[in-house]
Each structure stands twice: as C-alpha cells, then as structure tokens.
Design a binder for this molecule. Sequence first.
Ligand code: ATP
Ligand code: MG
Length: 258
Amino acid sequence: MNAETPVIQINDLHKAYGSLEVLKGVSLSAPRGHVTSLIGSSGSGKSTLLRCCNLLEDSQQGDVIFKGEPVKWKGTGHHRRPADAKQVLRIRTNLSMVFQQFNLWAHMSILQNVMEAPLTVLGRDRAEVEKAARGYLEKVGIGDKCDAYPAQLSGGQQQRAAIARALCMEPEALLFDEPTSALDPELEQEVVRVIKDLAGEGRTMMIVTHDMKLAADVSDHVVFLHQGLIEEQGPPETLFGAPESERLQGFLSATQAA
Ligand SMILES: Nc1ncnc2c1ncn2[C@@H]1O[C@H](COP(=O)(O)OP(=O)(O)OP(=O)(O)O)[C@@H](O)[C@H]1O
Ligand SMILES: [Mg+2]
C-alpha cells in the first residue's frame, strides 16, 4: 500500500433490505488523512453506506476495499456474505464507529468503557491500554471522569467518551454517524470542537451529519446522497457555495431554513 491508497474504497455498491433498494451503485473513497462527509435527506442511505464500509451490513454487489485489500465474499446477491471472519474483524477494528446514541456500557466506568475493546478484541497489555485510555479521555476533555459511570455524564460528555473509546482502538479511520444529533445545541459544540481537533490532526474520517456547518468546516470532500445514489460531490466550497444539482440546492435551502 502506498500513501495514495485510500483507507476505504467502495465500488458500485448495491444494498437492499428485502425488496427495498437502499444503495443503488455507490462508489466512494476515503483517502488517508481526509475528512469525507455524507449528507442527504433522511432515508437517502447515509447510515447504510457507513455501516457497509465497516461490514456491519452485508451488501449484494460491488466491492468494499480496505487499504487496497478487497473484502472476500462467498455467495451472491442476497446470499452474499464476507468469506473471511478474520478479515472482517481486522477491518472493523480499524474503522471505529461513533454512533448517535453513544452506545456506552452502562455497568462500566468511563475508563473501563474505553479500555474494553483494546483489551478483549486486540488483546493488548492492560497497563499500556490504561495509560492510552486516560490520555484519550484527557484529550477529549473529560480526564476527570474516568471513574464515573455513563449515567453520571451529560450527553456531550458521553459522546466525547465514545470518541475516546473509538480512538483507543488506534484505528485507521473513524466513522461518525450523526455524532451530534442527540445533543442539545450547547453540548453539541463541545463535540464539534473535538471533531474539529481530530480533523486538524489529519485523521481519516467519514462523517454522516445533518450539521451543514460542521460538514463545511471540517470536510475535504462532501458527498450528497439522494435515494441511494450520489447526486453530487466535491470540495465543501463548491458543494455548499455553488451547488449544481437542483436537488442539492433544494436540500441546502431546506436545511438552512430549518
Ligand atoms: N435494518 C433495516 N431494515 C429494513 N430497512 C432498513 C433498515 N435500515 C434502514 N432501512 C431503510 O433503508 C433506507 C435508508 O436508511 P438509512 O438509515 O441508511 O438512511 P439515512 O440516510 O441514514 O437516514 P437518516 O438521516 O434518517 O438517519 C430507509 O428507507 C430505511 O427505512
Ligand atoms: Mg442515518
């Protein structure tokens, strides 16, 4: 792999739930060190696309390529599944996902939440993982919350804990699905700040967001999905400043009016 090889590449991906076609041939790549944002109306397939990237969802046709390594499949169409469980685990642990609803374990302290996957999935040394976990919690501004439980934190703090947990896997890329949508506006900003810091460090990220300001501020590349197809894509200046497609123009004016 050379520096030009994207961390994630998707070629002509098709995904249906039963007879509902959700992705109708999407091609996309997430180059190393770049922030790629996915925008589009509710139901356009943004979450599905993100989940197909780290193999949380199966797809029926097309390629998913991680650092130049194509996912191996067995079967075809609705019977297509990844053929190599080890490959799936390797890819998934390298593409850490941050969800809208944080998904922290309620019965574990914040520190334990951050340490859990590196210990159990990667089998890393406990002392090293603890040091790293404390460092990432410090980095996202909640170093003082190590011993607290999720229910004792605000939504913004919980989401920052979830970001620290994703970082502690030391992944090749971070995938965010609406990381700020469950938060009140004032808590949203503290999470946006962390995401901006990560973008500034040159981390590879894919972000599904309804927050056009966030997408405009952090992205190198913005992709507008419409009914399972890429309708328009480009640098944020063009996409937000001079959108070509009428659908994108309509989407942007509706979002700005909201
Ligand atoms: N597990 C599932 N089973 C059946 N249909 C699903 C499933 N998940 C999503 N869908 C359908 O797939 C389509 C795309 O959903 P997806 O969640 O990818 O949209 P989205 O762009 O992320 O929307 P939102 O902005 O509301 O989060 C929708 O019509 C949705 O109802
Ligand atoms: Mg979604």
